[in-house]
Every structure is written in structure tokens, then in C-alpha cells.
Design a protein around this ligand. Structure first.
Ligand SMILES: *Cc1c(COP(=O)(O)O)cnc(C)c1O
Length: 656
């Protein structure tokens, strides 16, 4: 091949460059990659032999009249994650010659959507997994899900009342493998009363409040001041009480939950040590025990850095399993206590990867690379004797920049001139045309500085990319679909799902369509620190009149959204649930839709807030009719207005 061709190839931007730029392999967990066509693909079985093209799926959904925003759920990825966790513990158990078993109970609260829970139940059955509930609705959901599968372990945490406890006691009597966990001392009395009433020996666990606190955001889940669990002295008193009531035989499990997203494996080690020692002591006190439940917390590497920061984790699934198994074994062997059945309540780590949120960009706000010369001319000519000094200074600065002056210096001058311009304007000494021209020139100077020194900006200009970055307006609600990005500043990986064979030459933040200035995303995975802007492609003209109007559709996806985002989200601005579809891998290498869960309609969200859509429709139709009578509307206009209302009520809450 001739030499110059080599050079050309070297400069060509390929999908591989995009994969690297967005860190796809770092955070993708082996479930995502890029195609030669420049699209993102999902690997449903964790390996590239079978690839599902996300862009193709989204276009396929649109052809079925399901517009983004949409949540894609990959059941195969979920099943693969479950299998991975199973294997990690099986291997650790075999390697350590551990005598106990391992079970993961899926905490329903992490994502309660029925189809997903059923998938976990079905796959979980073959892997020996169970379920966990933390409230009455989840208890009932869990009972229904495990119906016909009596052997599936069902752990019940959370605050409980008499009704809750009695339901659990009776379910156990029906043959269910159900274990309530005592979170507060008075729940022991409820259990004792209920057991006596129904003449059964109850089985239950206690939740311990450990001294080893949790870390990061969920530090409050554990520690002496934790909201849940019994302190060591309360547990000791409980053992005495149980022995007196002849119920000590029922105490079969010790539980703790030190918080979600444990990012540093050391935190886990401390907690496992403390809890296992407590377990051993309880055995010595005569409790039968048998099950050691370490709660949730197995984390997800959202930013792909494999480090001990809260958007990442500094351990693998294998290390997590191996650390637990070895530690529990060592402590029990020392005390000559039988190895317990280990349970974890891993939620986030099971379901995160299987959920992908896709939405369309509606348009962008970009700052000009060049000032609008016509505007500047108009400003200078309109009252040439009285042209405000800051405008003259900016015009001069721009000219110096064209003559090769140092952009940093010019930018400093421009900043100063702009602030003077704003003062003059606020005092009434500058008109709108001059104000507009000064802003235009200032932005263009900033953009030039960014373009020339963007890669290593001097300290002084560190905030420039944020101030001059593009804003991509996006058809989704942060509050409905990405609540943790708002509530706890969580970082999620985000990238375009197509055009990856083009170099993304813009940088920007994302703004959602709620009327809330907090509805934005400006934290993205970064190597050392979170990045404040995301590389993005320039929008292309030539749209088909969809929500993006004149622009060609541009689709972005947020990955690792399977845990917590769907039900924690809210109805801010009455943007409802998005569509959710279950995409499954076909035997022939393709994909198909297993389930389509349509998002909320306008009618449904209005009902949530007690409006009656039918009454509203009637009242508005009446008004339209009288507008026709009074000739404010033509008959044709009235029909259009009525149709808009009817279609609107039954339509999607997002832009279509
Ligand atoms: C929330 C919760 C979990 C799940 O935690 P993850 O970090 O998602 O694994 C497990 N157990 C209890 C008691 C919880 O409250």
C-alpha cells in the first residue's frame, strides 16, 4: 500500500476511536461494543459472537410507532449477570472448600417492574436465587412471584407491623421458605404473638447494627446511628428474651446491610469480619443460626475507572465473592463453628447493565465561532458618534486576534469589556443591538481560545469549556428517567448510539425538557475527575419533521440504568413513565421484542394528580363550540383543536 494511503488511514476516525473516547470497554462490563457501521451494539451473552445493534432496535421501535425516550431492557444481559455472580461464588466456594451454600436474594426495590422480576424469578430458580422485600406491597409481590416455587428463599426486611408479620408467619405455615428479619426489638414480640396464635415455631433473622460503618453516600445505612437493625446489646437482650419464651430455635439468620455501591473492598472486609464474629457468638449462645446474610452493596463501575470513588468500584465480582467466602470460613474455622449458608442481597450489580435509556436530541445551543458581522456592523453604524467603548474594545480585540495576538490575552480583555458592557446596559446606556454585538464577539473570542488551546487550557480559563460548551436539548426527563443523576449526583455513562465513524467535534452538556434548570446532565465519566462536558456530533440538517424538526435524528443512550432509576423517578412537569421494551437475542443471531410496556399517556398522568380527563375534555369541547358560535374559530379550526385535545390526551407525555 502506498505510503500516503497509510497516512490517510491513520487520520481516519473509526468506530474504535469512538469506543475508546467514550470508555465503552471500561464501563460496559463486556456487554457493549461498536459495529463497523459506527453504531453501538449490545452483546446479550457477554461476548461479541452475538451482537444486537441498538440503533437498529430504536429505528425498529419507531417503525412500530414507539418513539424514544424508551428504556431497552436486555433480559439476556440480566441472566448473564446472574450467572456470573453464581459462578463467582461457586468458584470461591470450591476453591476454599467451603462447606456452606450461597444464595443471592434479589431485592425487589431495585427494580420492581413485573417483567423484570419474573425474569429474575425464572432464571433465579435455575440458579438457586431468591427474592427480598422491604415493604408490604413488595411482600405481596414477592409472594405472588414465588407462588409454586416454595423452595425459593424469600427474605423480608424493612419496618413491619402486625399484619406484615402475620402474613409472613402464615406463608411459612403454607410451606414457603420465607424469613422475616427483625429490624426493631418490638418486631420480636409481634413474631412471638403471631407464632403462638397460629401454633407454629417461627423462623426469623435479626439485622445487626454494625460498628463498621458504610461508606460514601450510604454511610448512614450502618454504624451505631443507623436507621435499621439492633445494636449488639439489643441482640444480646433479644437472645435472653427468646430463650425465656422458648423461641431461640427460631433464630436462624444474622443479617446486615452496610449500604449500596460499596466502592472500596476494605469496607466490605471490615463488615464481613464483624458480622461473622457476631454470628459465631450467637451460635455459642445456643442459637441454631445457619444463614449469614450480608445484604446488598455489591457495586457497579459506572465510570469505568476501577477505583475507590463512589462512581466506581476497586474490585471484581470474583474478588467480592472470594473475600466473603474466605473470611467467613477462616473465622468460623477458628471458632469451630459450621460454615453458614451465605446470602447476599445484590440488586444494583444484577440489574444495572440490562437497562439502557435511549432518547433523541431535539436541537442544540451552540456559541458562534465567528461574530455575526452584519450585526456588528449594524451596532457600529447606528449611532457612530456614541458607540459604547466596550463594543469598540471588543471589535479591536477581535481584530488583534485575527492578526495573530495571543488568544489568552485577548480573551482577558474581552472578558473585561463584556462586564463593562453589561453594566452599561443595566444602567440604560447601551441598547439591545450593541449588547447583542458585544456578546457575539466575546463568545467568538472564547471559542477561538478553546479551539486553539482546548487540550491544555491555562488554569485561568479552566471554566471556559463549561461556559462555552454546547447545550444539547434532549427529549427526556431527568426526574423521571435518571433521578440519581439529580438526587445524588450519580455519574452514568452516556454516548451516541450511531455516527461513531465520525469524529465528534463538539462538546456539550445535556438539558432535558422539564422546565427545571436542574434538569441537566453535566457530569460524565472521566479519567481523573468527572468530565463536565461530553463529546458530541454536530447536528445535521435534513430531518423528517419528527421531534427534532429540521435536524436528522441524533440518538443518545444512557447506560447502566437498570437499577433504581425507573421507580424512583417522579412526575415532574407530568412527564410520565417512558416506554420500556424487552429485547431478546434470537437463535439466528438477530433480536426480537419479548415485551412492550407502553409509557404513560397524558390521560394517565393527569389522573395521577386527580384530574378527570373526560370532564376536562367535555368542558374544553364546550368552549370550542362556543368559540365557533361567536366566530372566534372557524369550523375547520375547531375540528383541529378538538383533534389536538383528543390525540393529546391519549398520546405520549414526551415530544413526538
Ligand atoms: C437496598 C437494599 C439492598 C440492595 O442493595 P444493592 O446495593 O442494590 O445491592 C439490599 N438489602 C437491603 C436491606 C436494602 O435495603
Amino acid at each position: 500500500m502506498p505510503e500516503h494511503r497509510d497516512d490517510a488511514d491513520h487520520d481516519r476516525w473509526t468506530p474504535r476511536h469512538s469506543a475508546e473516547l467514550y470508555g465503552l470497554e471500561d464501563w460496559g462490563g463486556g456487554y457493549f461494543g461498536v459495529s463497523e457501521q459506527g453504531t453501538v451494539v449490545a452483546y446479550p451473552h457477554g461476548s461479541p459472537e452475538h451482537a444486537i445493534d441498538l440503533h437498529e432496535v430504536v429505528r425498529g421501535l419507531e417503525a412500530r410507532d414507539l418513539q424514544p425516550p424508551v428504556v431497552l431492557r436486555f433480559d439476556d444481559i440480566l441472566a448473564h449477570r446472574m450467572g456470573h455472580l453464581r459462578r463467582a461464588f461457586d468458584d470461591a466456594i470450591a476453591e476454599a472448600e467451603y462447606q456452606g451454600r450461597y444464595t443471592c436474594v434479589y431485592p425487589i426495590k431495585v427494580n420492581q417492574q413485573r417483567h423484570l422480576c419474573e425474569e429474575i424469578r425464572d432464571v433465579g430458580r435455575t440458579l438457586g436465587f431468591g427474592l427480598e422485600a422491604g415493604s408490604k406491597p413488595e411482600l405481596i409481590a414477592g409472594l405472588a412471584l414465588t407462588e409454586g416455587h416454595n423452595d425459593m428463599l424469600f427474605v423480608c426486611n424493612g419496618f413491619k407491623d402486625e399484619e406484615f408479620i402475620e402474613t409472613v408467619i402464615l406463608a411459612a405455615k403454607m410451606g414457603r421458605n420465607i424469613l422475616p428479619v427483625v429490624e426493631q426489638t418490638h418486631e420480636l414480640d409481634l413474631i412471638a404473638r403471631s407464632a403462638e396464635r397460629h401454633d407454629v415455631t417461627p423462623r426469623f433473622g435479626v439485622r445487626a447494627k454494625l460498628a463498621s460503618g458504610g461508606v460514601g453516600r450510604w454511610a448512614g445505612s450502618a454504624g451505631f446511628r443507623g436507621k435499621f437493625g439492633l445494636s449488639v446489646s439489643q441482640i444480646l437482650a433479644a437472645v435472653d428474651q427468646l430463650r425465656e419464651q422458648e423461641l431461640l430455635d427460631g433464630l436462624q439468620m444474622l443479617h446486615c446491610h452496610i449500604g449500596s455501591q460499596i466502592y472500596d473492598i476494605r469496607t466490605l472486609k471490615y463488615a464481613v469480619s464483624e458480622l461473622t464474629h457476631l454470628y459465631v457468638e450467637l451460635v455459642k449462645l445456643g442459637a441454631p443460626m445457619g444463614v449469614l446474610d450480608l445484604g446488598g452493596g455489591l457495586g457497579v463501575d459506572y465510570d469505568g475507572s476501577q477505583s475507590a470513588r463512589d462512581s466506581s468500584i476497586n474490585y471484581t465480582l470474583e474478588e467480592y465473592a472470594s473475600d466473603i467466602v474466605h473470611r467467613v470460613k477462616a473465622i468460623c474455622d477458628d471458632a469451630d463453628v459450621a460454615h453458614p449458608h451465605i446470602v447476599t442481597e445484590s440488586g444494583r450489580a444484577l440489574v444495572s447493565h440490562s437497562g439502557v435509556l435511549v432518547f433523541q436530541v431535539l436541537g442544540s445551543r451552540t456559541f458562534p465561532d465567528e461574530p455575526d458581522q452584519a450585526l456588528v456592523k449594524r451596532a457600529l453604524e447606528q449611532d457612530s458618534d456614541e458607540t459604547p467603548q466596550p463594543l469598540l474594545d471588543l471589535v479591536d480585540a477581535w481584530e488583534r486576534l485575527q492578526d495573530g495576538a495571543d488568544p489568552g490575552e485577548v480573551y482577558h480583555d474581552a472578558e473585561h469589556a463584556l462586564s463593562e458592557a453589561v453594566s452599561l446596559f443595566s444602567l440604560g446606556y447601551m441598547d439591545i443591538t450593541c449588547r447583542a454585538a458585544t456578546e457575539e464577539i466575546y463568545w467568538a473570542i472564547g471559542m477561538r481560545l478553546l479551539a486553539e488551546e482546548g487540550d491544555d487550557l491555562p488554569e485561568d480559563f479552566a471554566d471556559l469549556p463549561d461556559r462555552l460548551g454546547d447545550i444539547y436539548f434532549s427529549n427526556f426527563s431527568l426526574f423521571q428517567s435518571l433521578i440519581d443523576a439529580w438526587g445524588i449526583d450519580q455519574i452514568f455513562p452516556i454516548m451516541p448510539i450511531h455516527r461513531l465513524d465520525e469524529r465528534p467535534d463538539r462538546r456539550g452538556t445535556l438539558a432535558d425538557i422539564t422546565c427545571d434548570s436542574d434538569g441537566k446532565v453535566d457530569r460524565f465519566p472521566g479519567a481523573a475527575e468527572p468530565e463536565t462536558t461530553l463529546p458530541l456530533h454536530r447536528l445535521r440538517k435534513g430531518g423528517d419533521g419528527g421531534p427534532a424538526g429540521e435536524y436528522e435524528p441524533y440518538y443518545l443512550a444512557v447506560f447502566l440504568t437498570g437499577a433504581y432509576q425507573e421507580t424512583l423517578g417522579d412526575l415532574h412537569n407530568l412527564f410520565g413513565d417512558t416506554h420500556a421494551v424487552h429485547v431478546v437475542a434470537n437463535g439466528d443471531g438477530g433480536w426480537s421484542l419479548d415485551e412492550v410496556v407502553e409509557g404513560d399517556t397524558v390521560r394517565e398522568v393527569l389522573r395521577f394528580v386527580q384530574f378527570s380527563p373526560d370532564d376536562m375534555r367535555r368542558a374544553l369541547r364546550k368552549e370550542i363550540e362556543s368559540a365557533v358560535a361567536s366566530k372566534h374559530l372557524t369550523l375547520r379550526e375547531a375540528v383541529r383543536m378538538r383533534r389536538f385535545l383528543d390525540d393529546g390526551l391519549d398520546g405520549y407525555t414526551y415530544l413526538e
